[in-house]
Design a protein around this ligand. Structure first.
Ligand code: GTP
Ligand code: MG
Length: 423
């Protein structure tokens, strides 16, 4: 019996892993900050006696691949040919998420749109017309609340139908300027073995002269994209595009602007906002927490408070535990002398094993028991993603992204615990 491959793709932090875990019974890491899933994770489930392999791929905002995990996501979506791709989007910000949806549509037509976080959307007074969204996009659309398992029944049902070709999605791909469309058609004739719509995407990559992706495409699809006939077609297309002020460096921007316009139009058509003040409040908080003037100072203040509570607060339970274990050691030593245990054995068991284990517990446990719940509160308040945003530019200088700030915070705390342990 065939085993169907389903990929869970989407922007970071939209609930892909939560859905994946729920369907497969796996335990992928989830949490309220971006970039938790950094590699593909595989799981299996069965529905109506059909077998499925689900692949949880890292979150990505686009298929341009700016980081290693985005490259992993892009390579899977583009070259692994899954039977269906479930694109998970955030029901509270469909417009922003549609960018990736349209990009994936250009690669694999077997798409299911899963609008998740509907509970959050409801809280924000956002109503979505799924039928209309489905007919505008030409693909099946299903609404879910990943934390509630029963809301995933419809998703399983649609996955089954798409994989068994009972439903055939016909994505309405965004059409760009006629001159770009003409260039795409002209180039696509050069590689008839690449199926539609992937050939469109390959043409766009050739026109934007994205050397890294072109090399990957050539390797993965085992096709030579540097033949003289393709090169002369590219030159011909570039001449045509130049006449319309489009060149390889602004082509991508032109395309994205078309996609964004379409996304805006779709949102106007399918979303209704019943609590306008809720949105404006979030926007105001966002503006303050991510502003150039207040963003970094507020972030530093919060992190200092977090470290201060952890370090100072942990001293008291640490001392208590240390006294408790000290008293206990006295009784244990008495017990060992009562049973006339040899000195070397007492030394190994009490001064070695017992002393080390109790040191670790009394020094490490209290700070961890304070730090991690505090960190979780910041995570649930949505402050951590904003920290990541604030520090992104700074971290880019070290060739990494703002997301690493969170790992760094944990690193600093671990470093502090280790130092205090050694003291
Ligand atoms: N309220 C609510 N929270 C959700 C829902 N789905 C997921 N979450 C929460 O959203 C956060 C992100 O979920 P993940 O499953 O880790 O998201 P992801 O898309 O895998 O994230 P990355 O791997 O970083 O790309 C977690 O805290 C989840 O518990 C939902 O439907 N409603
Ligand atoms: Mg994940």
């Amino acid at each position: 019996m065939k085993n169907y491959k389903i990929a869970f793709a989407g922007n970071p932090n939209v609930g892909k892993s939560t859905i994946f875990n729920s369907l497969t019974g796996m335990n992928q890491h989830t949490g309220n900050w971006t970039g938790k899933t950094v590699g593909n994770c595989y799981g299996k489930f069965t529905y109506k006696s059909a077998d499925f392999t689900a692949i949880d791929i890292p979150g990505t905002y686009s298929l341009m691949s700016n980081s290693e995990e985005e490259e992993i996501a892009r390579n899977y979506i583009c070259f692994e040919n899954p039977d269906a791709i479930v694109i998970v989007v955030d029901g509270t910000s469909i417009e922003r998420n549609l960018n990736l949806v349209f990009q994936i549509m250009e690669i694999n037509p077997n798409i299911i749109l899963c609008v998740n976080l509907l509970d959050e959307a409801k809280k924000k007074g956002i109503k979505i017309d799924f039928k209309k969204l489905s007919s505008i996009l030409g693909i099946p659309v299903v609404g879910t609340i990943a934390k509630k398992k029963k809301t995933l029944i419809n998703l399983k049902y649609i996955i089954y139908d798409v994989c068994l070709k009972k439903i055939v999605p016909t994505p309405h791909i965004v059409k760009y300027l006629p001159i770009i469309e003409d260039s795409i058609s002209l180039l696509s004739c050069e590689y008839p073995t690449i199926p539609y719509p992937l050939n469109r995407w390959v043409s766009l990559k050739l026109l934007s002269n994205d050397k890294k992706i072109i090399k990957t495409i050539s390797n993965k699809l085992n096709i030579d994209l540097s033949t003289s006939s393709i090169n002369s077609k590219i030159d011909e297309c570039n001449c045509l595009l130049k006449r319309n002020d489009i060149n390889s460096s602004n082509l991508e921007e032109t395309i994205i602007s078309f996609i964004m316009k379409k996304a805006e139009y779709i949102c106007q058509e399918v979303c209704t906002y019943t609590k306008k003040d809720y949105l404006s409040k979030t926007i105001k908080i966002d503006k303050i927490l991510t502003s150039k003037k207040f963003g970094i100072p507020i972030m530093l203040l919060f992190l200092c408070i977090l470290f201060w509570i952890t370090i100072v607060g942990a001293n008291y339970p640490s001392q208590l535990l240390s006294d408790l274990f000290g008293n206990l050691k006295y009784h244990i030593l008495n017990l060992f002398s009562t049973i006339h245990s040899p000195e070397w054995l007492t030394s190994i068991l009490v001064d070695g094993v017992y002393q080390t284990v109790t040191w670790i517990i009394s020094v490490m446990l209290p700070p961890m028991a304070i730090f991690f719940p505090l960190f979780t509160i910041l995570e649930d308040l949505g402050f951590l993603p904003r920290i990541a945003f604030n520090l992104d530019r700074c971290f880019k200088c070290a060739c990494t992204s703002g997301k690493q700030a969170l790992t760094m915070c944990m690193g600093v705390t671990k470093w502090y615990f280790t130092i205090s342990f050694c003291d």
